[in-house]
Design a protein around this ligand. Structure first.
Ligand SMILES: O=C(O)CCC(=O)C(=O)O
Ligand SMILES: [Fe+2]
Length: 236
């Protein structure tokens, strides 16, 4: 299940994160280095920006979900280098199965620029779109069969994939989600998704914030922080 958020990230916040993302792109010496930089981007630095971006979207989301202890499970920059490989179809639950007692994690995928197929924009199943008010029904899906592939590089660093027969069936109803700069979609951990190879000649700039209910966390994986902790911080 997924929904396009009505709220958008402000131009000022997108401008700021784009500036910092560009520094990462320029400093990375390889596609692999860029992948790791993406994952670490919001861990120690850039929490000031994460807070501002969170505050742009969270008021809308908060109204529709009922978490006892809202946390940010993780947040990443999602830059796909020019020529960066397709991220083949998967459900995030295949990666996150041991993180929670009951699945609650959902991702907010934010476009830092206009998304196209050629850039490697996000593709989702059109029949799974719901209005934002139905976010309360997130994470009640089921898991398709996945397989682990050996060479993670062939799939943009995502090595657990929906098996080929199911993938080609689902692919018939997958579509690019059209997103302008600052627009975002929220999708739950059962939502099959993929992105194509970036053939645009320029880096694709996106980011995600994965929210969860901390009351369901196992100790298998550290989380970033509680939303109230992030909101409280004034001098990051
Ligand atoms: O942004 C992408 O290319 C794919 C990201 C993805 O699959 C995820 O963040 O779960
Ligand atoms: Fe994913």
């Amino acid at each position: 299940m997924w929904t396009k958020l009505t709220s958008k990230v402000s131009k000022k916040n997108i401008d700021n994160i784009t500036m910092r993302a560009n520094e990462i792109v320029n400093a990375a010496h390889s596609k692999e280095a860029l992948n790791w930089a993406n994952k670490d981007f919001f861990k120690a630095d850039n929490l000031d920006l994460l807070r501002l971006i969170h505050l742009d979207i969270w008021p809308e989301i908060k109204g529709f979900i009922d978490f006892k202890d809202p946390i940010i499970d993780h947040a990443s920059l999602l830059i796909k280098a020019p020529g960066g490989e397709a991220t083949r179809m998967h459900q995030d639950i295949a990666y996150w199965g041991d993180r929670e007692f009951t699945p609650t994690i959902f991702s907010v995928w934010i476009a830092l620029e206009v998304m196209t197929k050629e850039k490697g924009g996000l593709h989702l199943l059109y029949q799974n779109e719901v209005p934002p008010a139905q976010m309360s029904n997130f994470n009640r899906g089921s898991t398709y069969e996945h397989e682990q592939i050996n060479d993670a590089e062939v799939s943009g660093g995502f090595p657990i994939l929906i098996t080929p027969v199911i993938e080609s069936e689902l692919a018939k109803s997958m579509q690019l989600v059209n997103l302008e700069r600052g627009e975002a979609v929220a999708f739950d951990s059962y939502e099959p998704h993929m992105t194509l190879k970036n053939t645009s000649g320029a880096p694709r700039r996106a980011m995600k914030i994965a929210y969860a209910d901390g009351s369901q966390k196992t100790q298998k994986h550290p989380h970033l922080m509680k939303t109230i902790e992030l909101e409280k911080q004034t001098e990051l």
